[in-house]
Design a binder for this molecule. Structure first.
Ligand code: SAM
Ligand code: SF4
Length: 458
């Protein structure tokens, strides 16, 4: 075989995957990568040398959708230069608007919905067959479309994990909450919990491979097990995962304030491997807005949870998600949010301007907030949160903390970075061999984004 055709043969099995959005999407991408690896494909970080490009998409806000369509526009040019390139889209955007995706990007070779991603290897074989087949009708583009909903996703699929010591493990898929602004129940379907034995098997395999930390994933992990035959709730699941030998740290996300039980708080306090951090999205500090958002709790309920958590787990770090500019949010509602943020003293906050999404209930609400006002509120909120964070991080200077060393620092390549049990990033000078170890460091300086640590024995 001539050298050039060997090279193109090799490239035809090189896959570039770009993941947008949340950890659940990353987890699905790791599964697709694992399936591809088992079927003779290889991953590449360089889209220019790939024979297959897949964008695993998100659709949590309009901005993300625009970014994806604009990336698709760039890839169209690449496909015009390399007609043999296979281009596909998977994930939430595809599930939400498959026809629109195909209308705007008719050059796509395949699209896969959120419960069809595991068909990727067979879809690629089918497309290669189509490409190789002669007599393709002139101008006809044969593409594969798999977007039907499927509650039963197979267990035991291989995974190619991005990280070597810390892994995601999904405990459930979908969501039943239908918060009035949110797309997730429409794009990820209704809530289904994975059987406890399958979750445990996955965690045990990871621990045997040397993974020290796992993050249990779900849109609302607190409702794990609801409606299933098996009577294991999330607190019971934590007890079982805590028994897995070799594992040192357990994290989980996301918790919904309406379903956070006393039993779960008690277990978090009791179980040695469960880290002292909780991501508990509040979304707003105004009862009026929380009710319009259909969140199912009040600010008083949320504050009571914070109180219980801090009493049971001293030093626990709390982080949150907040939306500003939700329809009907008046200045006094926003003040309630600022006040809640100040009184709780969050260790982190993901803050967003409300983005109206077609078909969600809130998109019908009339009292839209002008973008300019939402933008100003967002800046005021971020400013306040940064002040709080600086204050909190400064109080750690001089203290010894446990970190898991994750990798070479992204911002300072001569240093390493790791995370405390409270999810704070610590950057420090140390030997590369420390990566993957759990060590103690002294905090020498603080900042908003990260803390600077010093390690004695390196
Ligand atoms: N399940 C999680 C929960 O209940 O908090 C959240 C999942 S959602 C993928 C992540 C965050 O995106 C939400 O907490 C919310 O703050 C934000 N978000 C979701 N829909 C949004 C919208 N339409 N506009 C702005 N932010 C939104
Ligand atoms: Fe969306 Fe609400 Fe479900 Fe979270 S709980 S995924 S915000 S519907």
């Amino acid at each position: 075989m001539p050298e050039e055709s060997k090279a193109s043969e090799n490239n035809s099995r090189k896959v570039y995957i770009r993941t947008y959005g949340c950890q659940m999407n990353e987890y699905d991408s790791e599964t697709m990568a694992g399936l591809l690896g088992n079927n003779g494909y290889h991953l590449t970080d360089n889209p220019a040398e790939a024979g297959i490009i897949l964008l695993n998409t998100c659709y949590v806000r309009e901005k993300v959708k625009h970014r994806i369509y604009s990336r698709l526009g760039e890839l169209k040019k690449l496909k015009e230069e390399k007609p043999e390139l296979i281009l596909g889209l998977s994930g939430c955007l595809v599930q939400k608007e498959p026809e629109e995706v195909l209308r705007r990007a008719p050059y796509l070779d395949f699209i896969l919905g959120t419960s069809n991603f595991y068909h990727l290897p067979e879809v690629l074989e089918e497309i290669s067959g189509n490409h190789n087949r002669e007599n393709q009708p002139e101008g006809k583009h044969a593409r594969v479309v798999r977007v039907e909903e499927n509650r039963a996703i197979p267990e035991g699929m291989p995974k190619l994990r991005k990280r070597r010591f810390s892994a995601f493990v999904s405990v459930m898929r979908g969501c039943d909450n239908f918060c009035s602004y949110c797309n997730v129940p429409y794009v990820r379907g209704r809530e289904v919990s994975r059987p406890c034995k399958d979750i445990l098997r996955e965690v045990e395999e990871l621990a045997l491979k040397g993974y020290k930390e796992i993050t249990l994933l779900g849109q609302n992990v607190n409702s794990y097990g609801k409606g299933e035959k098996e009577k294991t709730d999330f607190a019971d699941l934590l007890v079982l995962v805590n028994q897995v030998e070799g594992l040192r740290r357990i994290k989980f996300t996301t918790s919904h304030p309406k379903d956070l039980s006393d039993k779960l708080i008690e277990k978090m306090a009791e179980l040695d491997k469960v880290c002292e951090h909780l991501h508990l999205p509040v979304q707003s500090g105004s009862n009026n807005i929380l009710s319009r958002m259909k969140r199912g709790y009040t600010r008083e309920h949320y504050q009571n949870l914070v109180h219980k958590l801090r009493r049971a787990i001293p030093g626990i770090a709390l982080s949150t998600d907040i939306i500003v500019g939700f329809p009907g949010e008046e200045e006094k509602d926003f003040q309630d949010t600022l006040e809640l943020v100040e009184t709780v003293g969050f260790d982190g906050a993901f803050t967003f301007c409300y983005s109206p999404l077609k078909e969600t209930e809130a998109a019908w609400l009339k009292e839209r907030i002008p973008e300019k006002i939402s933008g100003q509120r967002l800046r005021r909120l971020i400013e306040l949160q940064q002040k709080i964070l600086l204050r909190k991080n400064e109080s750690l200077v001089g203290k010894e903390v446990e970190i898991m060393v994750e990798e070479i620092s992204k911002k300072s390549p001569d240093k390493l970075q790791g995370r405390t049990r409270t999810n704070k990033m610590v950057v420090f000078k140390g030997r590369k061999e420390l990566i993957g170890n759990i060590i103690s460091v002294k905090i020498a300086a603080s900042g908003c984004w990260a803390l600077r640590g010093e390690v004695n024995s390196c």
